[in-house]
Design a protein around this ligand. Structure first.
Ligand code: PLP
Length: 374
């Protein structure tokens, strides 16, 4: 059995008639930027997430960058981010001119630890970015309380978590802004780049709208220096088709995750538990294993594609290692050595999950046998 990490071409085949019709509609109308498809999508996304407004932009990175800019965060400011995340979370802070300060993971979790956030606090801290990594919501309550008591903004990096819920409220609607990515591999992906910002503060939302479009107030007036960060109409039309399937897809991911948990019960694999009140969307199904590299190789030899998210925590990335020399975040560093993302996507057959579970058991038998040999 050959199992890819992901199969986007197969997903297109399933939606082909609808996607082709949406693309045709945009071509025939001849409006490619800032038109009806964006307006409708923004409305539907706001409803879906449970935010007053959604502002579509051209990437998840820009969703974070514009959030920081709109809040006036820049040179001289610090922003606390998890070390164990995709590089873009920290990169956006640097792009805004501020300094990222890295926090460690919670024990047994991939997400940020509220007590490590306290250790990263400086007199210049203005905001905390909570990343709902791999589609599992951060425990937001302690973080919200921390931010409230230190007068900090809470920004959500919900790039991997669209559709996830925390105590029956949509992820992305808790922070002053929630940043989403529609990168093709995300749970809701375009056929290119895309992103969105959820925001329930009307003034901030209008500033975000200006910032994404050259700081434009109206056609001819530019009230500040902004960006060219619009989502094009083609991508908006495609996203609108896919949004209707998102809940079903996320439910399929949850079923596959449950199957993985059953199939891996008697192995050395570990994964974070899901606390009460949290509905994850399993953007990835990531395990830790003490022999990660050997396991990845073994699975590859048996035609199972896996990936390592993320092999280098942000504070050890070459771009940050000099400015953050001496920072030690042991849990993030250990995860980087042990995590392995197993294939998960809505169309993944359940047999594949059982097969992968058996292969991992075989791997452990072989490895244990090696240890016992004379
Ligand atoms: C994908 C991702 C981003 C960046 O999104 P892009 O659309 O690729 O710019 C930011 N943060 C996290 C956690 C992501 O997974």
């Amino acid at each position: 059995m050959i199992v890819p990490q992901l199969d986007l071409a197969q997903e297109y085949q399933q939606l082909r008639a609808e996607i082709d019709a949406a693309v045709q509609r945009v071509f025939l109308k001849g409006a490619f930027i800032d038109s009806a498809e964006n307006a409708v999508l923004e409305h539907e996304l706001a409803e879906y997430i449970g935010a007053a407004e959604v502002i579509c932009v051209n990437s998840g990175t820009d969703a974070l960058l514009l959030s920081l800019k709109a809040l006036g965060i820049g040179a001289g400011d610090d922003v606390i981010v998890p070390a164990f995340t995709f590089f873009a979370t920290a990169e956006a802070v640097s792009l805004a001119g501020a300094r990222p300060c890295f926090a460690d993971c919670a024990p047994g979790q991939y997400n940020i630890d509220a007590s490590s956030v306290g250790q990263a606090l400086t007199p210049r801290t203005r905001a905390v970015i909570a990343v709902h990594l791999f589609g599992q919501p951060v425990d937001l309550k302690p973080l919200q309380e921390f931010c409230a008591s230190h007068n900090l903004w809470l920004i959500e990096d919900a790039a991997q978590a669209i559709g996830a819920r925390y105590h029956d409220q949509g992820i992305g609607s808790f922070g002053i802004t929630g940043a989403f990515s529609f990168y093709p591999t995300k749970n809701l992906g375009t056929y290119g780049d895309g992103g969105a910002i959820a925001c329930s503060d009307p003034e901030l939302a209008s500033r975000l709208r200006r910032l994404r479009n050259h700081g434009r107030q109206d056609r001819y007036q530019h009230t500040e220096i902004g960006f060219n960060s619009r989502l094009d109409e083609l991508q908006a039309a495609i996203l609108k088709v896919k949004l209707a399937y998102l809940d079903d897809w996320n439910a399929q991911r949850r079923q596959l995750a449950t199957l993985y948990q059953q199939a891996l019960q008697n192995t050395e694999c570990n994964w974070p538990t899901v606390p009460e009140g949290i509905v994850p969307v399993h953007h990835q199904f990531v395990i830790t294993h003490p022999q990660r590299d050997a396991l990845q190789l073994f699975l590859a030899e048996h035609n199972i594609s896996t990936a390592v998210f993320y092999p280098i925590p942000c504070h050890l990335q070459p771009a940050f290692s000099e400015s953050h020399a001496g920072v030690s975040l042991p849990l993030a560093e250990r995860l980087a050595d042990q995590v392995l993302a197993l294939p998960i996507y809505p169309a993944l057959p359940p047999e594949a999950v059982r097969h992968i579970g058996e292969l991992i058991q075989d791997f452990e038998h072989v490895e244990h046998g090696k240890g016992k040999s004379p």
